[in-house]
Design a protein around this ligand. Structure first.
Ligand code: AGP
Length: 613
């Protein structure tokens, strides 16, 4: 939800921290703050709003001499959970003495009782945040060693955290810790960068250590000392980041979302690279690390996810049932984790998550492990918590996704799930020829997506019809039902139009009451099972004078005569058609938001990965 950066070394500490914050701004952007240790003194600036505002304040308030004297610092960009986005609630927060400063990503669940205990011992608080309680606790545990004070304090804490702590008395040290929220340490020559994710580190190094739950570390310019809360040393591997700095720039596009929509042909090519064996008619998913016998023993699949990833899961379900004949459910992760699901050793739970950090999906993974199910992850961020805890899975290789609205991850997630269905299907009901045909179909998807992107101008023109609306419906059937849900989500989250996705057959059971001239309907009429019934549903909408826009398959004259405002996308197989339809809907939502002047990359009230419940 929030973004944390820390730096210790000889470069301009403020520059490193502010550029790191800019890279993490997509995680939360309602307020920000920075603190440096310069000349043995702590200096702090906090502000409401974007990082740009903070940078202005720093430029106005900190002299060059002060900045030059800094050898270490921490910074934070916030997505408020406890206490409104005000300057008092922005991070860093100080302890009672003001000599310890702390930034935090996560939620301290027992902060209420801790605060009352501390107030009982004479502490006074400046903010409504849970985080300030942690700073006071560290200050209270301090006995000359910051590393030990942080470890001691965390023993009293329940909840999730990624924290970075500095103290006036320890200019050469930043103490960090994680439990449930992502945190990594980037290793540089004579320096170190700490961050919530690799996008803030990549400009400095590719050598990173992913901290794990329960880790606390003292980070110094000459090295990192990692221990558990009992101060027992623990060993952590150094990983290599496999993408470069330009990947996190806009590359000439107006928005990251637009760049990522446009990256889909290349991202999808990377997703299938080395995984389609047309001669054997099979998919090679080595990260699954399952023998044919273990795959044959899977009698049920449960896809768990949230948001866009859930809709990708719901789309993949059709392929897993249709191609492999395995009973499959797609479940909202927060529901799955608390529902005491009926799963066992012959079930496979697949956690679908772009960031690999979504709290509810992570908890679903842990629940599945408790139940003895086979667990796999479908993630985009390499080394993310879900990927590590699932311990087997399939990476999307779609490259970093910065725009809060997920786009390229969706299309890669669907393609991965179709490959998974092929892998299971070949062991059950698919012949080599059928498998080979599916390999050819998937190999053609990147080029077909390129052809959808080529219709950008036409889609922008249609978006002008949608932009004035305050609400809209998206309807689909069968494999296109989740695509309708995804189309509505994209429009909702970036343009603030109240869009609802419905299974078209549901309209008559209530929602149709809302239809009138002011409520446009986007109908998914691609030539897959359910199309003919969809034509009837479109007739019902037209009969209520609702403006209808459609997405359909190239050359479909019947649709063209029924719905003049139509986006025609190339024909492909049933299970990959949703990818083409959704790319068209991503562009539609993008242009509606652009026409409405919305902050497309950082929609209000949202954050890229939801690391708290
Ligand atoms: C999608 O545009 C949203 N950003 C959100 O619904 C997202 O899909 C959801 O939070 C899941 O994130 P994940 O894929 O990183 O787990």
């Amino acid at each position: 939800m929030c973004g944390i950066v820390g730096y210790i070394g000889s470069a301009d500490v403020c520059d490193v921290l502010l550029s790191g914050l800019r890279r993490l701004e997509y995680r939360g952007y309602d307020s920000a703050g920075i603190a440096i240790n310069s000349g043995g003194e702590l200096h702090i600036v906090r502000s409401v709003g974007k990082v740009a505002r903070l940078a202005e304040r720093v430029a106005a308030e900190w002299t060059d001499a002060l900045r030059a004297g800094a050898k270490a610092g921490i910074a934070h960009t916030r997505w408020a959970t406890h206490g409104a986005p005000t300057e008092e609630n922005a991070h860093p927060h100080a302890d009672q003495s003001g000599r310890v400063l702390l930034v935090h990503n996560g939620i301290i669940e027992n902060y209420g009782s801790l605060r009352r205990q501390l107030e009982g011992r004479g502490h006074t608080f400046q903010s409504q945040t849970d985080t300030e309680v942690l700073a006071h606790l560290v200050g209270e545990c301090y006995r000359g060693k910051l590393f030990e004070a942080v470890s001691q304090a965390l023993k009293h804490v329940e909840g999730t955290y990624g924290i970075a702590v500095i103290s006036a008395a320890h200019p050469g040290e930043i103490v960090v810790a994680r439990n449930g929220s992502p945190l990594l340490v980037g290793l540089c020559e004579g320096a170190a960068v700490i961050a919530s994710d690799a996008s803030a580190v990549i400009a400095h190094t590719r050598q990173v250590i992913y901290l794990q739950d329960g880790d606390v570390a003292a980070v110094r310019a000459d090295g990192v000392d990692i221990r558990n809360l009992d101060q027992i040393p623990v060993d952590r591997a150094i990983s290599q980041i496999d993408w470069d700095d330009t990947a996190v720039e806009k590359g000439g596009h107006a928005h990251f979302m637009r760049k990522e929509i446009w990256e889909q042909p290349e991202a999808l090519q990377n997703t299938i690279r080395g995984r389609l064996d047309e001669r054997a008619g099979c998919a090679i998913l080595s990260g699954l690390n399952l023998s044919p016998r273990e795959m044959a023993a899977v009698n049920r699949i449960v896809l768990v996810a949230c948001g866009t990833s859930l809709y990708a899961g719901m789309t993949g379900r059709y392929a897993l049932e249709g191609l492999a004949g395995i009973p499959t459910d797609a479940e909202q992760a927060a529901e799955f984790r608390y529902r005491n699901p009926i799963i066992g050793p012959d079930s496979m739970v697949v956690a679908v998550s772009q960031s690999g950090e979504t709290a509810d999906t992570l908890a679903a993974v842990r629940e599945a492990h408790h139940k003895g199910a086979l667990v796999a992850g479908v993630c985009n961020v390499v080394g993310s918590t879900i990927a590590r805890e699932a311990a087997r899975g399939i990476y999307l290789h779609a490259g970093p996704e910065i725009g809060v609205a997920s786009t390229k991850a969706f299309s890669s997630q669907v393609l991965v799930l179709v490959m998974l269905a092929l892998a299971f299907g070949r062991g059950r009901r698919l012949s080599r020829e059928e498998g080979a045909a599916l390999c050819r179909e998937m190999a053609a998807v990147p080029e077909l997506v390129r052809r959808v992107l080529a219709q950008d101008a036409a889609i922008a023109a249609l978006a002008a019809r949608l932009a004035p609306a305050s609400s809209a419906f998206f309807i689909g059937r069968g494999v296109l039902y989740p695509a309708a849900l995804e189309g509505a989500l994209k429009l909702k989250e970036i343009s603030y139009v109240h869009a609802e996705g419905y299974h078209a057959a549901e309209l008559k059971h209530g929602p149709i009451a809302l239809l009138d001239e002011q409520t446009p309907v986007v109908a998914l009429l691609n030539d897959v099972p359910g199309r003919d019934k969809m034509l009837g549903n479109v007739q019902e909408c037209l009969a209520r004078h609702a403006p209808v826009l459609a997405v359909a398959s190239e050359g479909d004259a019947e649709v063209a005569s029924l719905v003049p405002d139509c986006i025609f996308v190339p024909r492909t197989g049933v299970y990959t058609t949703p990818i083409l339809a959704v790319v068209a809907l991503q562009l539609l939502a993008y242009h509606v938001a652009r026409l409405r002047g919305c902050p497309i990359d950082q929609p209000r009230n949202l954050a890229k990965s939801v690391t708290v419940e």
